[in-house]
Design a protein around this ligand. Structure first.
Ligand code: ZN
Length: 619
């Protein structure tokens, strides 16, 4: 609470004056339905206890999602349509509705947090959410159609990949022509919580999104909001309502003029200003332009109640892959041990000067989850993936050892794949084939580790089990991001396909599958030379014995079972499509795997026998 006071109260900005609510026109049923659908439900219950059930849609059996529960929702709808013309102050009070409940999350768990190490979460009452919801459709329309194109955060259909793709394309535009590029990454301290209310409404009045009555209504909501913790209540004059569905849109509008200032005063193309909510990257073509941009942002912050967090902001100088000199950077030779334990020299790029106007020059910067480095290699991202996945592996080890093959793959998909996502766009633009291969082999390597299968398992078999091809995924992600950006720029004739998700071929497959795969790398009993294993090839070529290769087993016998997701079940004379349970699949697959495990046992026995015979012959 004390911390919030420090950030969110600044007397110099003045306070919104509390007046009566204006009466807004009654909504028609269509608009009301739209708003109800936009409101999320199932969140923690706030003070006034008006439950989200009011907004809950009817879970209809025939899945017509656009229908509301008639008994509850229709009634609440027709009453609530008048909400914006009611005397709200008669039945909503500070104690219940206007106070948002403060829940402080510990940022440094399990340690005991200091006051500043708490992340405050505010829970708004559903009725307030609904009141604000009225303003959402118009805001969304403004964001999509009128807001400066530089901004893509919280814009319908956009996403972080759009900006990462934009950034790389704009950077490469220059570096391909061997011109240096300066990426200025901006970090605001507590951006959302610093927006001065008085200025926000002044900016809203400068746009044509809402009528004067509507703005006044929204303003009066803000004049009544309180932050509550236990029985303490706090009124603030800075900060957007937390947990509110319109806050992201209001923030984008609040920060919109910064893009125009950068364009007009530092002569930066709007294409080179990349905003994702409060995450801002400005691509400059000279050091002078970087200086100008910092000065503009600094001055904008001062005039807008924001704090530019210079130490957390950064400048990265991008350069052509082959460049031997990069402005503001120098090389540093460091000794490293290579895989064969030999001392090697590696060249590292490090900043040759500390900062420009207090903003540090960095050897890399994490922008929207993707680490961007001077030569745009995926290397820093790969190091991050290695570190993070090793940590996850240790943490989940007790679970992994006992999990089925399906369960292990599932862990890989949910915990490890997201780490690769930020590297995907970089992979697409990577010019070097060997760098591409490095990322792919890291991907396979971690998969093998999580599956508990040997490092020597063949790529083909591994790929058939992961079923994520990084390169084609990268292609479709970049294609999608490019088309989405076209849409943002106003090209309505653009479309894209979301990357298809392949069927999980290991669905319901038990742990014994991994044992079977590892039999391929078991040392050969008879040959007893290092590196000679009971692989299909060795057994056939050297001993003339047949072992079915796991890839063949997978393709011919397992996939036909696991890839089938639905079955027809006859109940009461009618056929119904039903999902086949994992248990059922497991019951079918287990004997197949056992059959092939037995194949190895038989062969081991034959090898022993042969060895015994040879011994007798020799004596
Ligand atoms: Zn052998």
């Amino acid at each position: 609470m004390e911390t919030l006071k420090e950030i969110q109260i600044d007397e110099s900005w003045g306070w919104l004056e509390k007046r009566e609510f204006p009466k807004l026109p009654r909504l028609n049923t269509e608009n009301m339905e739209e708003i109800m659908q936009l409101l999320s439900h199932g969140k923690a219950v706030a003070y006034d206890g008006i439950s989200d059930i009011l907004f809950k849609q009817k879970e209809n059996k025939d899945k017509s999602h656009d229908e509301f529960q008639p008994d509850l929702c229709d009634k609440s709808m027709s009453t609530l349509r008048n909400l914006w013309r009611a005397n709200l102050d008669d039945f909503l009070s500070e104690e219940d509705s206007w106070g948002a409940r403060l829940v402080a999350l510990n940022k440094v768990f399990p340690k005991i947090p200091k006051r500043t190490e708490m992340r405050p979460i505010l829970i708004q009452s559903p009725i307030v959410k609904l009141l604000e919801g009225r303003f959402l459709p118009a805001l969304k329309k403004y964001l999509s159609e009128e807001l400066v194109i530089s901004q893509t955060g919280f814009i319908p259909k956009m996403g972080t990949h759009v900006n990462i793709n934009r950034a790389i394309q704009r950077i490469k535009l220059r570096t391909d022509k061997k011109r240096p590029v300066y990426g200025l990454f901006i970090d605001f301290a507590n951006a959302y919580n610093s927006v001065p209310h008085t200025l926000l409404f002044k900016k809203l009045r400068g746009k044509t999104i809402f009528s004067e009555e509507e703005i006044t209504f929204l303003e009066q909501l803000y004049a009544r909001y309180r932050i509550r913790l236990g029985n303490k209540s706090l009124r603030v004059n800075k900060g957007l309502a937390q947990g509110s569905i319109i806050s992201p849109a209001l923030f984008n509008i609040f920060i919109e003029d910064l893009a125009f200032e950068l364009k007009n005063e530092a002569n930066i193309n709007l294409m080179d200003i990349l905003m994702y909510a409060d995450d801002i990257l400005t691509i400059c073509s000279s050091i002078e332009q970087v200086r100008k941009a910092i000065k503009i942002i600094d001055s904008w912050c001062e005039r807008n109640g924001m704090t530019l967090n210079k130490r957390k902001s950064g400048i990265v100088v991008f350069s052509n892959r082959k460049a031997t000199s990069i402005p503001l950077m120098r090389t540093e030779r460091i000794k490293i041990m290579n895989r064969r334990q030999r001392l090697r020299m590696r060249i590292n790029w490090v900043p040759s000067r500390e900062d420009i106007l207090g903003v540090p020059i960095c050897k890399e910067y994490k922008y929207l989850g993707t680490i961007l480095s001077p030569k745009l290699t995926a290397k820093p991202q790969m190091n991050y993936i290695k570190k993070k996945s090793a940590h996850i592996y240790t943490k989940l080890f007790p679970y992994l050892v006992n999990a089925s093959a399906d369960g292990k793959r599932d862990i890989f998909m949910t915990m490890i794949m997201p780490l690769f996502n930020p590297a995907i766009v970089l992979l697409h633009f990577e010019p070097s084939e060997s760098h591409k291969k490095n990322l792919e082999s890291l991907h396979r390597g971690i998969f093998k580790q999580f599956m508990g299968i040997s490092k020597r398992t063949s790529n083909k078999l591994v790929d058939e089990m992961i079923r994520v091809d990084l390169r084609s995924l990268a292609n479709s992600v970049v294609q999608m991001a490019t088309s989405k950006w076209e849409l943002r720029k106003g090209n309505k004739n653009t479309n894209w396909t979301t990357p298809e998700k392949k069927v999980n071929g290991l669905r319901g497959v038990p742990a014994s599958w991994c044992q079977l795969i590892n039999k391929q790398v078991k040392p050969c009993l008879k040959c007893k030379t290092k590196g000679t294993v009971t692989s299909t090839k060795h057994m056939r070529d050297v001993h003339g014995m047949t072992i079915t290769h796991p890839l063949e087993i997978l393709k011919k016998e397992i996939l036909p079972i696991t890839e089938k997701k639905f079955e027809l079940v006859v109940t009461n004379g009618s056929e119904k499509k039903k999902i086949i349970s994992r248990r059922k699949i497991q019951n079918k697959v287990t004997p197949i795997i056992e059959k092939y495990l037995k194949q190895y046992l038989d062969i081991e026995e034959r090898l022993y026998k042969q060895m015994g015979e040879e011994v007798t012959c020799q004596s």
